[in-house]
Design a protein around this ligand. Sequence first.
Ligand SMILES: *[C@@H]1O[C@H](CO)[C@@H](O)[C@H](O)[C@H]1NC(C)=O
Ligand SMILES: *[C@@H]1O[C@H](CO)[C@@H](O)[C@H](O)[C@H]1NC(C)=O
Ligand SMILES: *[C@@H]1O[C@H](CO)[C@@H](O)[C@H](O)[C@H]1NC(C)=O
Length: 331
Amino acid sequence: MHILCSVLLLASLVCIHSSSALNKVWEEWRINHQKVYANQTEHVFRRAVWEKNMKLVLRHNQEASAGNHSFTLGLNHLADMTAEEVSEKLNGLKLEDPVEFRNNTFIKDLSGLTLPQSVDWRKEGLVSPVRNQGLCGSCWAFSSLGALEGQMKKQTGVLVPLSPQNLVDCSTYDGNHGCNGGYISKAYTYIIRNGGVDSESFYPYEHQNGKCRYSVKGKAAYCSNFHILPRGDENTLQAWVATVGPVAVAVNAMLQSFHLYKGGLYNAPDCNPKFINHAVLVVGYGSDRGQDFWLVKNSWGTAWGEKGFIRIARNKNNLCGIASFAVYPTL
Ligand SMILES: *[C@@H]1O[C@H](CO)[C@@H](O)[C@H](O)[C@H]1NC(C)=O
Ligand SMILES: *[C@@H]1O[C@H](CO)[C@@H](O)[C@H](O)[C@H]1NC(C)=O
Ligand SMILES: *[C@@H]1O[C@H](CO)[C@@H](O)[C@H](O)[C@H]1NC(C)=O
């Protein structure tokens, strides 16, 4: 139903000529996404940002229907934010120095290994439901826990959503900064040091920094080590995703086309692998009409992308930096 509405909304946008019609679309969007602004100044500003994004979405989708893009954009809940705001408030991955992990880097011998054409760990029950990090730079916690949830499920047979709030509140000592950002590696450092991490149901998410309330009573996972994959090597990433399970990765999520991504194969040529600012989870891979893709879980809610997932072009010279910093934990 929600998707249908969005499609109708976009179709009707094509016919907009008058500002009153535009106002109507804006009001509908605002109600749909339950947007309430603090004052008139804020309202006017948000409206202007939204209108700019709306025009971008329209133009992009027209180009897409002409065959120029393999993905579409949509007016999702981020459509009243500028690219800078999204990068500031919804990303929060700190840059890791791969040199630091030279001894943790796994070189796998890929010769003689036959990998499946496609993998989707959701089908094996290794992937918990998509969550929404809100206006908190905690992507690093969702991403690292996503990989751990998969390994725990493989070990115990039970998929238990783990607590990003636990990491946000308790891993400052390990070098993380809660909602102000953090590192995938330091999330694991904390879990190893702490001897475990709580479940989401025991220690629920609050979208903001809080006091550390870890309790062993809520402990639902542990890990003993983590491994970094060779930098920028999509073949190795594929091998590990196929044989190990979901892998935590860092990507460039700075472009508006990423923020407003709605569906299809994300193949934005300007998604530079050098600019990494967001942590997500690779849960599989495949090919669509001859185009290889990575199947990626985000933490921006189910209204974003393909029910919270994005398919990023694979084997396109490490597009968006998908293989630049890939990590998985061992139990
Ligand atoms: C309007 O709200 C914004 C956002 O909360 C705030 O920064 C700004 O100071 C407010 N302006 C006025 C005039 O109250
Ligand atoms: C669409 O793609 C064609 C062929 O690559 C190109 O010539 C054209 O300029 C593109 N149009 C737009 C609007 O990007
Ligand atoms: C890697 O291992 C070598 C040999 O054990 C050691 O000398 C070096 O300090 C380690 N490097 C890091 C970054 O831990």
